[in-house]
Design a binder for this molecule. Sequence first.
Ligand code: RIB
Length: 299
Amino acid sequence: MKTILNFGSCCIDHVYQVPYFVAAGETLPGKHYAVFPGGKGLNQSIAIARAKGRVHHAGKIGQDGIGLRDQMLDAGVNLEQLLISETNTGHAVIQIASGGDNAIIIYGGTNREIQASETIKFFTNRAAGDLLLLQNEVSCNETAIRTAKDKGMMVSFNVAPMTQEVFDLPLDLIDYFIINEHEGRALAATDNLEDVPNRLIEQYPHCRVLLTLGEHGSWYKDATTEIKQAAFNVEMVDSTGAGDTFTGYFFAALQAGASTQYALTRASAAAALSVTQPGAATSIPFAEQVDDFLQNRQA
Ligand code: RIB
């Protein structure tokens, strides 16, 4: 793939360290508070750039999100397709429980104000051989999928967060489904995780399914190939953005000509490194750190 066009969200993440996730009716004192750059789109663009991939980020931020733009510029993301509006940037409220698990509420803001006419313009210089990367945090996903396909592009859809509206999208046009366990079960309409890839492949025969399973690794399946990749064992501090790191590194490796097996290994190493650091975008490792990690683990 020549260029990756990531049409995705940018969020300001408000992150609270808590002893456990707050329950209904409970008021829980936070132990620590910090603000980080985030949004699944931004995280994935930064991951691709840190992995030395070529990525254009398309999306919309407000004036309060200029810091997010600067983080992407620093990482080397092409921002010709980033719009800036007068309304508020999307944000997330994130609880990090002791042990590193997270619970996230997102508010769309500018991410959900993108218009169809703006979306079509994002594709002006795109052509067959390019990849559209999507998550489910922006408006106009359907326009993006159809425009990409009209141009002969491949489409990867990270079905996160999973919502009922996903079923209204032209899912038969998706080339890669990137899903975690919960998203996979909901998308494939089964309680049995083992059935998820086969069900999706039965329904959309040309699709490639990539399940990210946290400490249980990842599972790739298409009509002819199946690969299971174990997770690397590390001390987890904050799992936020691990899936985005995985996705970005996976596609950057494919873009560089790697095999699917090697792309999965490299993506797993990058995701493992990311959970050892706090924050989403801030925790994404650089390519050299991933090289060192893999060398040490394989030695
Ligand atoms: O995947 C992690 C991201 O999800 C966070 O950065 C948050 O912004 C939400 O979009």
